[in-house]
Ligand binder design. Structure first.
Ligand SMILES: N[C@@H](CCC(=O)N[C@@H](CS)C(=O)NCC(=O)O)C(=O)O
Length: 212
């Protein structure tokens, strides 16, 4: 990787899709390094050197590696500040922005996955997310008052993360697609960046399936 370009370590039909959407929204040049998870390439020594967990997404930028969807979105939003997708440190929306980005990875995903896998709930006082029902109701309540985007008037990196995630979890049937959730997803997925990411992803899926 040269010239400060971003390399996105990517696999189709994974959580890396939200990062692809964000890069398209930012309108910055990037290179894709496609990791073949089906072939186990994510656990190869070369990729484990990038992300010891063998997970996508990850990005490489100027010798720095960032992993975890939300951290990557925060990094990119701040790096490409001119795109206006990240409230700055002196913006009153900054606190809300940080809170929702971290809530995504530390509460929403674990709650949904634990519930979908039918894991027995752990005692509320030991749980990092209280309980599944609380997390779900917090997100539904928030979506009910998004107007039109996660932080209000302006599209932000939070929408690339939450919009893509809600698109997938409602398709998987593990998060209820209320009319408000459907309308929010439509506002994010109808944008040119999301459409472009979908087209690129479809080409990668076709190439992967051809390769067997
Ligand atoms: N905590 C990570 C989770 C990433 C993750 O689980 N990615 C999956 C794809 S959706 C993956 O890389 N799976 C490969 C494997 O673990 O074998 C994040 O938020 O970025």
């Amino acid at each position: 990787m040269t010239d400060g370009r971003i390399t996105l370590h990517y696999a189709p039909q994974t959580r890396a899709f939200g990062t692809l959407v964000l890069l398209e929204e930012l309108g910055v040049p990037y290179d894709l390094h496609v990791v073949n998870i089906r072939a186990g390439d994510n656990l190869s020594p070369a990729y484990v050197a990038v992300n010891p967990m063998g997970k996508v997404p990850a990005i490489s930028h100027l010798g720095v590696v960032v992993t975890e969807q939300a951290a990557i979105a925060l990094y990119l939003g701040d790096l490409f500040t001119k795109a206006g997708l990240a409230p700055g440190v002196d913006d009153p929306l900054r606190g809300d922005y940080l809170r929702w980005m971290v809530f995504y990875g530390s509460c929403f995903e674990p709650a949904l996955v634990d519930h979908a896998m039918k894991r027995p709930p752990i005692p509320r006082k030991s749980s990092p997310y209280a309980d599944y029902e609380t997390v779900v109701s917090i997100v539904h309540e928030h979506v009910g008052r998004t107007s039109p985007f996660w932080l209000g008037d302006r599209f932000s990196a939070a929408d690339a993360l939450w919009g893509s995630a809600l698109f997938w979890v409602t398709n998987f049937g593990i998060f209820e697609k209320t009319p408000e959730v459907a309308a929010y997803i439509e506002r994010v997925t109808s944008r040119p960046a999301f459409r472009k990411a979908q087209t690129d992803e479809a080409a990668l899926v076709a190439a992967r399936d051809r390769a067997g």
